[in-house]
Design a protein around this ligand. Structure first.
Ligand code: ADP
Length: 372
C-alpha cells in the first residue's frame, strides 16, 4: 500500500518536473531515431511544439554538416554499443538559429537487454560556448603576442650585443697605446666592467628567448664541478671585493664529476653568485658550498642579504619577477637571471630550489644535478 502511494507520488513529481524543468530538454527517441517524446523544456529550447516533431527523425535538430556526416545515426549507434554518451554539438532551432546543446544520450533497454529507444537530456549552453570560444581566441592572441615578444627580445638582444665587442677592443687599444694615468685606468676599468655587465645581461636575454623557442641545446661532456666553481669565484671576485663582502667557497677534496655543459653551468652559478652579492649589503657574507648527496651533486649558494618574502618565493623563477625592495637595491636587473638558471638546470636533468626566512634573513639557492 505504502509502496503504491509512493509510486503515485513519484509519478506526480515526475509530471511536475517534466512540466517545470524548462532549462533542460528531455527527448525520447524510438529505436530508429524518430522522436517519440518531446518533454520538459524541449519546446522552449528548440521552438517546435510536440505536434510538429513527434514522428519525425531527430536529425531535423542537426546542422546540415552533421546531417551529411550522419551524426544523428552515429550518435545512437555509439550509445547502443558503449552505453550513455556525452553529446555536445551545435543544433538548429525551428527559427534556424544555432544553439550549442550539451547533454547525454542514454540507450534504453528492455528486460532482455534489447535497445528499444533512447533518452536525450540537453541543455542550451550557447552562452557558455561563446565564453569558451572567446577565451580560446584570447588565449591564441596571447600566444601569438608572446611569440612576437620573444622574437622582438631576441632581435633586441642581438642588436645590443653587436657593439659590445668593438667597445671592449677599443678600451684595450686605449690601454695599450695611451700612457697610463690613474684617471685613465679608472675610466677604462669602469667601461670594461659596465660592458661586461651589459654583455651578461644581453646574453641571458638572448638565451631565455632561445630556450623559450626550444632552440638551446646543451653539449654535455665530462665536467669537474670543483674547477668550474673555482672559476666562477674568480670571475665574481672583483664585484664581491668592491662590496667588501666576505666570500667562502667550500669544496670537497675529491673532485665532483658531472656530465654537463660546463659553459651553461658556469652561467647558472655566475647568476646565483652575482645575485647573492647584488642583494647583500656591503660587508655581508656569501657562501658557495658543494658536496655529493646520494647520486646528486648539490651546490648551495647562500647569503646574509635582503632575503625573499614568502609571497615572492613561489614565483621567483618566473621570467621578469623582481621584488620591489630588490629593484631599489639593484635597479639594473631585468628579472631573467633566475628564469634562465631554472631552464638551464632543468636541461641538465637537475633541480633548483630556493629558501629564505623572509626580509633581511638571507637566501639560499640549492642546485641539484645528477652525477656523471
Ligand atoms: P634580476 O636580478 O636581474 O632582477 P633575477 O632573475 O636574477 O633577476 O632575480 C629575480 C629576482 O629575485 C630579483 O629581482 C630579486 O628580487 C630576487 N633575488 C634573486 N636572488 C636573490 C638573492 N640572493 N637575495 C634576495 N633576492 C634575490
Amino acid at each position: 500500500m505504502a509502496e503504491s502511494h509512493q509510486t503515485s507520488d513519484v509519478d506526480e513529481l515526475l509530471r511536475l518536473f517534466l512540466e517545470q524543468a524548462s532549462e533542460h530538454a528531455l527527448i525520447l527517441l524510438g529505436r530508429e531515431g524518430q522522436i517519440v517524446g518531446w518533454l520538459a523544456g524541449a519546446e522552449r529550447i528548440f521552438g517546435y511544439t510536440a505536434e510538429e516533431v513527434v514522428g519525425k527523425s531527430a536529425s531535423i535538430l542537426f546542422t546540415s554538416e552533421d546531417i551529411l556526416r550522419k551524426a544523428a545515426e552515429q550518435e545512437l549507434h555509439i550509445a547502443s554499443k558503449n552505453g550513455p554518451a556525452e553529446d555536445d554539438r551545435w543544433q538548429i532551432r525551428k527559427d534556424g538559429a544555432r544553439i550549442w546543446a550539451s547533454g547525454v544520450v542514454v540507450p534504453l533497454r528492455d528486460s532482455q537487454g534489447n535497445v528499444v529507444g533512447f533518452g536525450k537530456i540537453l541543455r542550451n549552453r550557447t552562452d557558455q560556448k561563446a565564453r569558451i570560444e572567446n577565451l580560446e581566441n584570447h588565449c591564441e592572441a596571447l600566444t601569438k603576442a608572446d611569440e612576437r615578444k620573444n622574437i622582438f627580445m631576441g632581435t633586441l638582444a642581438h642588436e645590443l650585443r653587436n657593439p659590445l665587442a668593438p667597445l671592449t677592443s677599443a678600451v684595450d687599444l686605449i690601454r695599450l697605446t695611451v700612457p697610463d694615468t690613474p684617471d685613465l685606468s679608472f675610466a677604462t676599468t669602469l667601461i670594461r666592467r659596465q660592458v661586461e655587465f651589459i654583455q651578461r645581461l644581453v646574453d641571458d636575454l638572448l638565451d631565455v628567448t632561445r630556450i623559450g623557442a626550444g632552440k638551446i641545446q646543451i653539449e654535455k661532456q665530462e665536467a669537474n664541478l670543483n674547477t668550474l666553481l673555482n672559476s666562477v669565484a674568480e670571475s665574481c671576485r672583483a664585484q664581491i671585493e668592491d662590496r667588501k663582502q666576505n666570500f667562502q667557497l667550500i669544496l670537497p677534496e675529491v673532485p665532483i664529476l658531472l656530465t654537463a655543459d660546463a659553459t651553461r653551468l658556469r652561467q647558472v652559478f655566475m647568476n646565483l653568485v652575482n645575485n647573492a652579492s647584488k642583494y647583500t649589503n656591503e660587508g655581508g657574507e656569501i657562501w658557495v658550498k658543494a658536496n655529493v648527496e646520494e647520486d646528486e651533486a648539490v651546490v648551495r649558494v647562500s647569503d646574509t642579504g635582503i632575503g625573499i618574502s614568502a609571497e615572492m618565493l613561489p614565483r621567483i623563477f618566473e621570467m621578469f619577477t623582481q621584488e620591489e625592495s630588490a629593484r631599489v637595491k639593484a635597479p639594473q636587473g631585468l628579472g631573467i637571471g633566475l628564469a634562465l638558471v631554472k631552464d638551464l638546470v632543468t636541461l641538465h636533468g637537475g633541480k633548483v630550489l630556493v629558501r629564505s626566512d623572509g626580509r633581511d634573513k638571507g637566501s639560499e639557492f640549492t642546485v641539484r644535478l645528477p652525477l656523471r
